[in-house]
Design a protein around this ligand. Sequence first.
Ligand code: ADE
Ligand code: ZN
Length: 319
Amino acid sequence: MSLPKAELHLHIEGTLEPELAFALAARNGVTLPFADTEELRHAYSFSDLQSFLDLYYALMAVLRTEQDFADLADAYLARAAGQGVRHAEIFFDPQAHTARGVEIGTVVEGLSRALERSEERYGISTQLIMCFLRDEPAASALETFEAAGPHLHRISGVGLDSAEVGNPPAKFREVYELAAAAGLRRVAHAGEEGPAEYIREALDVLGVERIDHGLRCLEDQELVARLVREQVPLTLCPLSNVRLRCIDTLADHPLRRMLDAGLLVTVNSDDPAYFGGYVEDNFTALRDALGLDRETLRTLAANSFKAAFLDEPRRRALL
Ligand code: ADE
Ligand code: ZN
């Protein structure tokens, strides 16, 4: 039986399964550059983060209407329920849609249509985290934040994703200051492909409360000591790390070393439609590759609730 857990690192666009992509393409009259789902699945062979992002952004062409975003989120939530997820903090990439002429309101209101029914339908509480694309100019992030204004009551926090190397966190200082002033939570991808220094910068310049990935903190022992001392959560995504070649095999994953060092690590799925598994699949694959016992798996599940942006009554109820 899968342990109850929170999912804290999940890109909703990364849950677009090939079957749904083709169904939405047909519904919206969009032609995909793949003959069928099998041919599409064959394209899921990545050499690094950028090779994945190219396909990830291309497939989003099928997402056009509020109902498309509602269907996407509902399909994720139905799957997540079967994987023991009781709380999900869900990333979305507004600029990937506005750049195609889809308004941010269409995205947020569509996703919210599914999220609003999630507790009742699936027993999953949800939050939305709006991510800025770090390989776009800082001015574009600022425009996005402004456009999100009428929808901020539906958004809990901001994040930072897309191509990391060469796009340091400090580039987004201003928009994170605005987000903080608006009372939003702050997270950022750092130390996935980029250096440990980006993790420090995300903490010091952007004021983030969690680091997404954070794998490369291990190259800087002073930083590790700080992350342990401050109990900064790291949202690890093991299957993603293998598929994007951040590590060679799951048996090489440093999760056990990170736990032993006292880091507050959680296990998540990132872009499950592309990386071969949802969150429970990540738990199971880690268990098998690293020989994790039940107690360690329970610690990881408990960490997910500790690291979540939950109110205290709900956290206590879930822990
Ligand atoms: N966008 C979607 N998945 C991502 C990842 N793993 N890293 C950076 N940006 C992403
Ligand atoms: Zn991610």
